[in-house]
Every structure is written in structure tokens, then in C-alpha cells.
Design a protein around this ligand. Structure first.
Ligand SMILES: Cc1cc2nc3c(=O)[nH]c(=O)nc-3n(C[C@H](O)[C@H](O)[C@H](O)COP(=O)(O)O)c2cc1C
Length: 218
């Protein structure tokens, strides 16, 4: 396995322009240490989510938090909703968290909030970056059984399970089976800026003046 510092270097975001440190450093591991997450750090993650912007300030996000050591039963319930490929590693994280979207505005279920998922994603992004700033790792998962989660966790009508997130301190890749170990230590990949950012219309090249451009690392 690469040395600890080598792995952080391999995983670090390579960018043409400068990034905030937690953005550059964040990545999604599968190996977690057994150490618990301090309650105040978990509180900071949830505060970070709470202060996200949202359409009409609806704040359509809800979070179901299962801390393995405090409530093994709740943890097991949420863990049992994960698809096997995720449960094998995420079931060993100290915390699992389900993000849920409230799909309507205010008290009127007929007023659909088309941006509910967007805003849950935005709040989740804030949580993920707050975690990175606190030295914690996170890994989001779409691979879970929504119907089972809805039933086991008593999610009411008008609310939709969105994603499960594992939270904890990153562990040793050597603790993973060989296929996952390989992915754990592989460099991260992204589409180039030209493919995702356009000028005035879709597909038009965007010119970015390189006054603050930095050398691409690696
Ligand atoms: C909504 C969402 C769903 C994801 N679902 C899974 C999943 O079910 N299993 C998994 O191993 N990773 C999952 N991921 C993690 C992505 O594969 C990962 O973020 C992506 O490969 C980029 O890697 P990075 O986060 O290390 O930069 C998911 C990520 C997001 C945001």
C-alpha cells in the first residue's frame, strides 16, 4: 500500500485553478477506522447542512443519523438497506446517515418542490466539505433499497430517501478485499473543464483568462 502521505497526494484534486483546501483534499474512501466520530463534529456536519441555501428557503433536507456505537439497532436497520456491494464496507463505518428530501413546499403537498433534490444535494455538499475540513471522510451511496428504507425508518409520504452517507476516519486500504483495495488507491478522474463548462450557449467554448492560473500538478 502507498504510504499515508503518498495516498493523499495520489487522491488530491488536480486542478488548473486554485481550490479551497477541503475541496482539494476530499475523496470517497471505503476503508474506515473503528474510531467513533466525536458528537460535536457530527453536530458541525449537520450545522453545515442546515446553513445551505435552498429554493424559497424551504430547507427540504432531513437527515437520519445512525451512530453504530450509540444505537447498534438503528445502525443495523440503515445498514440493512444498503445493497450488498456497499454494505460489505459501509457497514464498518462508525456512522451512517440517510438524506431525505421533502418534495413539496410548506404544508401543501400539491405544491411540488422541483428543486428539493438539488437542495438536499447542496446541503450534503456542505456537510461533506465540513467533514473534510474536520479531518473526517465521507462516502455517499445511491446503492440502497429505497422502499425498505421508507418502511424500516418510517419515512412519511411526501418525503423521499435520497442517499446514504458513511462518515468516519479513513482507514487502511489493506483492510479491504483486493478489488476494493485497488480502487481505494487509484487516482481520481474528472472530465476536463471544457467538457462541462460552456460560453454563451451549450457547447460554445468558454474562455478563462489565466491571470490566476496555476500549474496542473501531477
Ligand atoms: C449520489 C451519489 C451516489 C453514489 N453511490 C455510490 C454507491 O452506491 N457506491 C459507491 O461505492 N460509491 C458511490 N458514490 C461515490 C462515487 O462513486 C464517487 O463520489 C465518485 O466516483 C468520485 O470519487 P470521489 O468522491 O473520491 O471524488 C456515490 C456518490 C454520489 C454523490
Amino acid at each position: 500500500m502507498p504510504q499515508e502521505r503518498d495516498l493523499e497526494a495520489v487522491k488530491r484534486a488536480k486542478s488548473r485553478f486554485p481550490l479551497l483546501e477541503p475541496i482539494a483534499r476530499r475523496w470517497s474512501p471505503r476503508a474506515f477506522r473503528d474510531d467513533p466520530v466525536e458528537p460535536e463534529k457530527l453536530g458541525s456536519l449537520l450545522e453545515a447542512a442546515r446553513w445551505a441555501p435552498s429554493s424559497f428557503n424551504e430547507q427540504p433536507w432531513r437527515f437520519l443519523v445512525a451512530v453504530r456505537r450509540d444505537d447498534p439497532e438503528a445502525f443495523e436497520k440503515l445498514s440493512s438497506c444498503l445493497l450488498e456491494g456497499n454494505r460489505s464496507w459501509a457497514g464498518r463505518a462508525p456512522v451512517l446517515l440517510l438524506t431525505v428530501a421533502k418534495t413539496y413546499f410548506g404544508d401543501d403537498p400539491t405544491r411540488k418542490n422541483r428543486h428539493a433534490w438539488h437542495d438536499v444535494g447542496l446541503a450534503t455538499a456542505q456537510m461533506v466539505l465540513q467533514a473534510a475540513a474536520l479531518g473526517l471522510s465521507t462516502h455517499l451511496m445511491a446503492g440502497f433499497d429505497r422502499d425498505r428504507a421508507r418502511e424500516l425508518l418510517a419515512i412519511p409520504d411526501g418525503y423521499e430517501p435520497v442517499a446514504v452517507m458513511a462518515v468516519g476516519y479513513r482507514g487502511d486500504p489493506e483492510t479491504l478485499p483486493p478489488d476494493l483495495r485497488e480502487r481505494e488507491t487509484a487516482p481520481r478522474a474528472r472530465k476536463p473543464l471544457e467538457e462541462i463548462a460552456f460560453g454563451g450557449r451549450f457547447g460554445a467554448p468558454l474562455s478563462l483568462r489565466p491571470s490566476v492560473e496555476v500549474e496542473e500538478e501531477g
